[in-house]
Design a protein around this ligand. Structure first.
Ligand SMILES: NC(=O)c1ccc[n+]([C@@H]2O[C@H](COP(=O)([O-])OP(=O)(O)OC[C@H]3O[C@@H](n4cnc5c(N)ncnc54)[C@H](OP(=O)(O)O)[C@@H]3O)[C@@H](O)[C@H]2O)c1
Length: 290
């Protein structure tokens, strides 16, 4: 759509910021891009490039309605406020409807139809809210970010191990940059009606992760798989409170059940190229933290 206005929420966050950069890289004029943030200070780089920065908060519907005036297509990046997300997303969807937005692209969770992942409920409910709103939408069911692991690369290397309870559960993770590029492809594509994409890269388990880190860093890192109770104890000893430890362990249990694995080729299809490999994301993280 030539001359459409594209808005991205969470543009001060990792994924939203990458999505705005990707829109610019794809040649969308900066004046056609709206970056929605809570704080302008975090995106001075985008303002300097001519992006229309607007301030809104998911908890304040009036600010959302004002920020979405004139917007044709919206990338609704899921909020980071777990537990409050359904209400927040519902506010954004209602504001988009009022503003006459013609497409919402929403970043949900992989396998939303059948996952037991403890984070899934709010994403499933948001997809339901989108359907009920009757506004055309694309659900991007994102798998794990590879960065969930590579952000802890230095820690793994120092400890010589990754500890978890995911067993041989496989994870179709991909980099945030790939998910952002896929989100922009979904935002820009010419298609009618609602669509759902299951997004993930090549699957690996935590044994493979340790092996790949060992290969790339030359440090000896192994994966130590623990029974769930022992993993919860280990997390508590490392400083997490009971609830946090149980939550983190439940994420691994979900991985062990296969919730974060997909053989879908949707990510590759949206990107028009293979997803970035695990080895390359680790290599990049290593350089970044060197
Ligand atoms: N797939 C995965 O592995 C994975 C991992 C982590 C998170 N996620 C989900 O994916 C989303 C994007 O990931 P990310 O790495 O970009 O997260 P992030 O860096 O934490 O960014 C979250 C964004 O949400 C914004 N936000 C939070 N509360 C808001 C509110 N009340 N009103 C308006 N904006 C609000 C934040 O704004 P401020 O900058 O003002 O705080 C920030 O821009 C996360 O929010 C979360 O839902 C997925």
């Amino acid at each position: 759509m030539t001359n459409s206005i594209y808005a991205v929420t969470g543009a001060s966050g990792h994924l939203g910021h990458l999505a705005v950069q990707e829109l610019l890289a794809r040649g969308v004029p900066s004046s056609n891009i709206v970056a929605i943030v809570r704080s302008r200070d975090k995106v001075t780089d985008l303002a300097q490039r001519g992006v229309d920065v607007r301030v809104a908060d998911y908890t304040r519907p009036d600010t959302l309605r004002a920020a979405l005036v004139g917007v044709n297509r919206l990338l609704l990046v899921s909020s980071s406020a777990a537990g409050q997300r359904l209400a927040q997303h519902t506010n954004a969807i209602a504001a988009a409807k009022t503003a006459g937005v013609s497409r919402i692209v929403y970043t949900g969770i992989l396998n939303a139809d059948h996952t037991s992942n403890p984070l899934a409920g709010e994403h499933q409910d948001t997809e339901r809210a989108l359907r009920q709103a009757g506004l055309p939408f694309i659900a991007l069911r994102n798998g794990w970010y590879t960065e969930n692991y590579t952000d802890r690369l230095a820690q793994y290397v120092e400890a010589g191990e990754i500890v978890g309870a995911a067993g041989h559960g496989r994870i179709s993770a991909a980099s945030r940059r790939d998910y952002a590029a896929a989100a922009v492809a979904a935002l820009l594509q010419n298609s009618e009606g609602n669509r759902t994409y299951e997004l993930g890269g090549s699957a690996f388990d935590l044994f493979d992760l340790a092996e790949t880190i060992t290969k790339i860093t030359s440090a000896n890192v192994r994966y130590r798989d623990l029974p769930v109770d022992e993993y919860i104890d280990a997390l508590r000893r490392s400083g997490l409170d009971e609830n946090a430890a149980e939550f983190v362990a439940a994420l691994d249990v979900s991985i062990a059940r296969g919730d974060l694995e997909t053989n879908s080729q949707d990510l590759e299809q949206l990107l028009g190229r293979p997803a970035t490999s695990l080895a390359d994301v680790i290599g990049e993280a290593r350089q970044h933290h060197a």
